[in-house]
Write a protein that binds this ligand. Sequence first.
Ligand code: GUN
Ligand code: ZN
Length: 435
Amino acid sequence: FPSHAHAYRAAIIHTLEDPAKVGIDASYQYFEDGLLVVENGLIKAVGHAEALLSTLAADTPVTVYNNALITPGFIDTHIHYPQTGMIASYGEQLLDWLNNYTFPEEHKFADKSYADNVAEIFLTELLRNGTTTALVFGTVHPQSVDAFFEAAQSRNVRMIAGKVMMDRNAPDTLTDTPESSYQDSKNLIERWHGKGRLHYAVTPRFAPTSSDEQLTLAGKLLKEYPELYMHTHLSENKQEIEWVKALFPDQNGYLDVYDHFDLLGERSVFAHGVHLCDDECKRLAETDSALAFCPTSNLFLGSGLFDLAKTEQHNIKVGLGTDVGAGTSFSMLQTLNEAYKVMQLQGEKLNPFKSLYLATLGGARALKLEEKIGTLQPGTEADFVILDYHSTPLMTYRMKQATSLEERLFVLMTLGDDRAIKATYAMGKALHTRG
Ligand code: GUN
Ligand code: ZN
């Protein structure tokens, strides 16, 4: 039989469990001289190179990476592909930022060829940054989601996306109706959900831009199809929260609006959750809903500081999100850099092993995909990245002074960006190689 296996030799790390649950030392597996064996797109084995090399067929190719660390591919649990062209827009907080910058850009996605071009740029950028799976907002236009899924399908990457549902409090040219949003979403679900590595997320933009009728139909879609995701925004900005209270006076706060329309659940992901009360945290945990922690966005829009410690106390699933274009980087390393600072401002530490968890297995759990991605366990999909300890002159010099794995990881996450991604693999195929 011809051998389809390929092995990669370098230092290897992956997360086994949340450090908040089992402590740092039991949370990960590390091989200083490791070997990752891939066969038919899946991980066949991971372990010490010396031990594993002797088990390989003699003709198995082995790629050696020096000064490198292999990790699972990064998982971005909240990002807007249509906002690629307006990232780094100056001077506003959430609601004015949406009106002044976001909505004008999202108009352009009525044109399928514009959407096709941005989808290509976006996916290339994700892979350049080591991100192999993302939960992605489209625009209100169904063709924006076709463009995204077509580009994802051609790369065979595991992606989740959906059409924005938005029927009020936005420009007329960007709104749908409850019925059209239901039908357009249904058509996209039939076309894309479960096709290859693609999944659909029912995507009401946020409570202020949906009527009761639209949120009711979003809940109906979730009941009609198995394993659909629900993706929206929650409690990001104080003005936004006051607005939700005024728009939904009968509900008991922001999360309760979504709860009322049956939008909470094990595949529901809420971006931000910066200003949550204890009851809301309890309800998120009870329903196994997830939060996306988006530090660069929360700092850029001046939204506030995400309380990771509180979410740990309440046992809420948390993933990391870039939230581009309110977020300022596609790099999950740079997102962890900012996450660390958000914790510092609250007198808390973010340990680099916890950071690794958030960017990989934590994200996979937030998306209920931990059986498939987020670790390097044999049998899971071979989505992984090669991180370069020598990605810049400064990093090379700094690494010389580093004496422990923890320190090297922290330096990678603090100084690293797209230059630190030597290669990105999905299903065992190199989709990005640097230089
Ligand atoms: N809330 C509603 N829409 C958006 C958006 O596009 N970005 C962010 N950050 N928050 C939102
Ligand atoms: Zn967002």
